[in-house]
Design a protein around this ligand. Structure first.
Ligand SMILES: *Cc1c(COP(=O)(O)O)cnc(C)c1O
Length: 223
């Protein structure tokens, strides 16, 4: 337990020249840890289990911005729609439509990122580039959501060049989408890339939101 404030300060220093923001990933960690980091000024926290995020949000200050970074099931959107600030892992039109519907019930508009599969490892999460364009073509009017960018997780490898290529590819995709679907408005700008092990590379490749857990809160114990 206990927050690593040295690492916290170092991460903030790294982010500053890039004007990127920190999502402090507090999954599996107790609310006391979140309170400690909150007292140091941190306001954005990331969780990836719905029930855990709902419970923590009920116990902690109202001005925390909760980012949902996990895989979200459509039938669970209603639990987080009243308060969630951003949903990073949107990977289907069905999910996006449900977020819009549930957000409107609370007179809210929820910021959403589309998750793109950029790593070499097989996973069932994340859209291909083709699927991203299909989703955007079919989305139509969804007044309860604002699609503000892309999220991706790089390969789990020591090959820096590989990781860099994956982040750079996502940035290029972001730029292409912005030109085609969001001309002028400039609202589609977020790139949620980088975790404890690769956030410096992510920043160099255009990250606007880094999602960092273990560097701040220590290793997670899932036992
Ligand atoms: C857990 C998690 C993180 C944080 O990982 P660390 O390696 O602990 O920094 C970032 N993004 C997602 C989607 C996660 O699930």
């Amino acid at each position: 337990m206990a927050v690593n404030f040295n690492n916290y300060r170092q991460v903030l220093q790294q982010l500053e020249p890039y004007h990127a923001r920190l999502v402090a990933v507090s999954k599996t960690k107790p609310v006391e840890d979140i309170r400690e980091l909150y007292a140091a000024g941190q306001r954005i926290f990331g969780e990836n289990y719905v029930q855990e995020m709902v419970e923590k949000a009920g116990l902690l200050p109202q001005d925390i911005q909760w980012h949902f970074i996990g895989h979200l099931q459509t039938n669970k959107v209603k639990y987080i729609a009243p308060f969630v600030s951003m949903i990073h892992g949107v990977d289907s039109l069905k999910l996006l439509a449900e977020i819009s519907k549930q957000s409107l019930k609370h007179n809210r508009v929820t910021d959403c990122l589309l998750q793109v599969h950029i790593a070499t490892e097989e996973t069932k999460f994340g859209l291909s580039e083709t699927e991203v364009f299909q989703l955007l073509d079919q989305a139509g009017e969804l007044p309860g959501v604002r699609i503000t960018g892309l999220m991706g997780m790089a390969s789990n490898t020591d090959d820096e060049a590989q990781v860099r290529r994956e982040f750079a590819g996502l940035k290029a995709l972001r730029d292409t989408i912005r030109e085609k679907y969001f001309p002028g408005a400039g609202t589609f700008r977020e790139l949620s890339t980088g975790m404890s092990g690769d956030y410096k590379l992510a920043l160099e490749e255009g990250s606007t939101l880094v999602r960092i857990g273990s560097l701040l809160f220590g290793a997670r114990n899932y036992a």
